[in-house]
Design a protein around this ligand. Structure first.
Ligand SMILES: [Zn+2]
Length: 96
């Protein structure tokens, strides 16, 4: 497991998303909901150091909080609310 994949895994973990082992394509990893196991997307390992945390926890945070990204079971929105309730509530009002 490369450093960048560890970093990507660490970036997604707080939002309740797990990385699966690489697909046969090699450089893409499936993303699964940490609660129900549903597939919620995929991510490539070509991100640069520092990029995945910025991407997931800053740029995509509002989308997860509002339920526009993430699993239909709502786990990522719940995680976002637990991490930053004020920002998550603002995102829901603005986007939902
Ligand atoms: Zn789920």
């Amino acid at each position: 497991m490369s450093d960048i994949v560890d970093e990507i895994r660490t970036a997604y973990a707080p939002l309740g998303i797990e990385l699966e082992a690489p697909t046969t394509y090699g450089t893409y990893y499936r993303l699964r909901c940490a609660r129900c196991g549903a597939m919620v997307g995929s991510v490539g390992d070509k991100l640069l150091p520092g990029m995945s945390k910025e991407l997931v926890q800053e740029q995509q945070f509002d989308l997860y909080a509002a339920g526009l990204l993430g699993c239909a079971c709502g786990y990522q929105a719940e995680r976002a609310s637990a991490i930053d309730p004020v920002r998550a509530e603002g995102a829901r009002k603005r986007l939902a």
